[in-house]
Ligand binder design. Structure first.
Ligand SMILES: Cc1cc2nc3c(=O)[nH]c(=O)nc-3n(C[C@H](O)[C@H](O)[C@H](O)COP(=O)(O)OP(=O)(O)OC[C@H]3O[C@@H](n4cnc5c(N)ncnc54)[C@H](O)[C@@H]3O)c2cc1C
Length: 227
């Protein structure tokens, strides 16, 4: 992180209690937290939103991650994940192709998955704080992490898992944040008739829409469009 973009908060009161502070409790932050807790590290995870929470996402996950989830001792199928092994793609000219997915994947909502991972992290002793990190300082090999609720935490290792386009990216004046994105992502959960084992991607002018099932017989429609 570029020190010059950060406010000096080293004169504020803080104590070192945690081995690692993780900023952001999405998939990356939560998996990191569980992983580190398995090595007896004292972890503080700071997430600005309350669990469970919805997230714009296609909610199709490749089976590639199953061995890692097993290592974390989280089985998505215990929480209603749906097995998916067929793929369909339609073009803007309404041509449709289908294929069997050799590796396959599964569908589970982020509402469910993030909450399950957060529960596992807590069970493993991770401290989860619902607060927003507003500033990070780095002085003498130590990170000082300041939150909206006026708390300051100090640690040698801080993991930034705050996704894309966070307030912290603005604060650090990251190049990509200065560029406005022409894309808009939309997600909606609906009920209806759709095969359990299919993930479909339908292209339209300016974007595409993913359709697949998640837990509780719910269909996820998630599209990205150019506005
Ligand atoms: C439209 C769309 C569809 C997608 N579909 C799929 C898909 O089908 N399958 C797939 O595998 N991936 C998909 N992805 C990608 C997937 O959503 C991301 O890879 C994943 O969410 C990244 O996880 P993350 O933990 O890095 O970030 P996030 O999930 O964004 O988590 C970041 C967390 O940090 C928190 N946070 C941010 N700033 C702060 C702060 N200052 N203080 C405290 N907390 C903070 C946020 O509240 C959030 O919970 C899709 C993405 C988009 C945009």
């Amino acid at each position: 992180m570029k020190e010059s973009f950060l406010t000096d908060i080293s004169n504020k009161d803080s104590t070192i209690v945690f081995d690692v502070i993780i900023i952001g409790g999405g998939l990356a932050g939560l998996c990191n937290a569980i992983h580190l807790s398995k090595y007896d590290k004292k972890v503080l995870l700071i997430e600005k939103n309350e669990y469970p929470k919805h997230k714009v996402c296609g909610e199709y996950i490749s089976n590639e991650v199953l061995p890692y989830l097993k290592f974390l001792e989280v089985n998505p199928f215990d929480f209603g994940a749906v097995k998916i092994d067929e793929f369909q793609l339609s073009t803007t000219k309404n041509k449709v192709i289908s294929a069997i997915l050799p590796l396959g994947g599964f569908g589970i909502s982020r509402y469910q998955l993030d909450a399950v991972l957060a529960e596992k992290a807590k069970e493993n002793g991770v401290t989860i704080l619902q607060d927003q990190v507003i500033n990070i300082d780095f002085k003498k090999d130590l990170f000082l992490v300041e939150t909206k609720e006026n708390k300051i935490f100090t640690t040698k290792i801080t993991i930034g898992a705050f996704g894309k386009r966070s307030l912290l990216d603005v604060k650090m004046e990251r190049d990509f944040i200065k560029k406005t994105s022409p894309y808009l992502g939309v997600k909606i959960h609906v009920k209806g008739s759709f095969p359990n084992n299919l993930v479909a991607l339908h292209n339209f002018k300016g974007g595409y829409c993913g359709v697949s099932k998640v837990e509780k017989n719910v269909i996820n429609l998630c599209y990205i469009t150019n506005y």
